[in-house]
Design a protein around this ligand. Sequence first.
Ligand SMILES: [Fe+2]
Ligand SMILES: [Fe+2]
Length: 185
Amino acid sequence: MTFEEAHELIKQTLPEKRYIHTLGVVETAERMAVQFGEEVEHARIAAMLHDYAKYFDVEEMRRVVVEEGLDPNLLEYGDELLHAPVGAILLSRQYDLDDAVLSAIRNHTTGEPGMSRLDQILFVADAIEPNRDYPGVDRLRAEVERSLEAAVVATLKQTIEFLLKKSVRIFPLTIETYNDFVNIP
Ligand SMILES: [Fe+2]
Ligand SMILES: [Fe+2]
């Protein structure tokens, strides 16, 4: 699937606000791929497709988790988590996409221990794209100037703090990813 084909698909699939967010993620992921020497075309395609399943029917997505034998925890930590792994599966069924692209889409919400640098770029770009506006977003943007790893850790902390403040459960994989990226004392 080319970037143009991905763009067409997303324009038809997402509501306008989410489409605008997606264009922001594409722009940010592309810039970060250049900065950190990763495959730019993969970054652009993964960013364009990352929220493909965001508005799909929740029951349908839960069915895919069971059918595909995905982490059963996905059914216990809020439906927000479903669109990333389920989106990657549905896209892989219908389109010819590189494994690196599918991995970045799959991991963009929760992260994953040992995730690739392309995964890291999408994970951070999703949180800092220009349309994002929440307390602390500029601090995350500044971390990107230090290093990719620093930006990933800051984004994980931001995510975990946000969930703590809301008093909701934290997906174990996100905690594991945090532990994986923070250096041993
Ligand atoms: Fe997402
Ligand atoms: Fe997103």
